[in-house]
Ligand binder design. Sequence first.
Ligand code: TXA
Ligand code: MG
Length: 316
Amino acid sequence: MAMIGKDIEKVKELLLGDEVVGIPTETVYGLAGNALSEKAILRIYEVKGRPKFDPLIAHTDSFEKVKHLVRQVPMKAMQLAESFWPGPLTMLLDKTEEVPDLLTSGHKRVAIRIPSHPLTRELLQGVDFPLAAPSANPFGYVSPTAAGHVDSQLGNKISYILDGGECEVGLESTIVGFEGENPIVHRLGGIALEELESVVGPVDIQINTSSNPSAPGMLKSHYSPGRKLIVGDIEENLVSRDKKSIGVISFSTIYDLPKENRFVLSETGDLNEAARNIFRALRFMDAPHITEVLTEFVPDIGLGKAINDRLKRASV
Ligand code: TXA
Ligand code: MG
């Protein structure tokens, strides 16, 4: 078990010693280490059990600090930074020499994000290096949205988790790269497409879903819960199934099932609330009495697109 608390000084000390720690962000919890230290980066890959071809995001707290990490910033990237940083946006930008190749898996672009969570901002302000942080889950599993989730899966491998409560957004950041000035979305996430487009106009979407992707993280099978997940018409799929061992994750409908077998993402049909709950719901269904999970797509607008993306990957 890791220690869970709010001791930023202790976290700084661990990071200075190239240790890795759990940190809260508004999207999901991260497994953080010094992004400029190869030793710390290697430790992140080891603790997460992640293949080294899958690069890490560098987190920092100010645009000033970003400037040391990247060569140039396209105009539209500047506009997105002004609108959405700090927040759930990650941008792929050409890296400087200062950024270790190990962080980017040899790619020439580095993924950068300025998160908005107050505790983590305070931490970032207090260190003179960016923090590399993948989601703090074992590779391929559902991302953690509370300190306890990190502890239950990685608590035996790390000594400290900074407790920032429940994640407000609940889905990972939206990842945007650029071809010249053209923004391209590589991962749907906490900033909706409509929001991006309201700032920079139409954006392309290139989400790599192969099983050995060059822009990874996008592995087709991901976010896997411990149980088989079937996405479709819940009502129909419920017929002929044993209601004691079936789990149901519905968008807003309350099905007539025992409480331990159902999770409603948002009774009022609010997609932001559903986003906040989706990973918690998948975890909830890991209970031993559940053998299969039925779920359904949510409306494909706003954060609904990112939720549906996670459901597709979790059901492969
Ligand atoms: O919300 C988030 O982004 C969370 C929090 C902790 O900030 N982090 C997160 O990291 O989701 P991770 O490692 O689980 O997913 C980031 C994905 C990677 O899987 C990788 O595919 C992509 O970002 N990525 C990172 N660096 C990249 C690069 N240089 N080029 C292309 N893709 C990159
Ligand atoms: Mg992840």
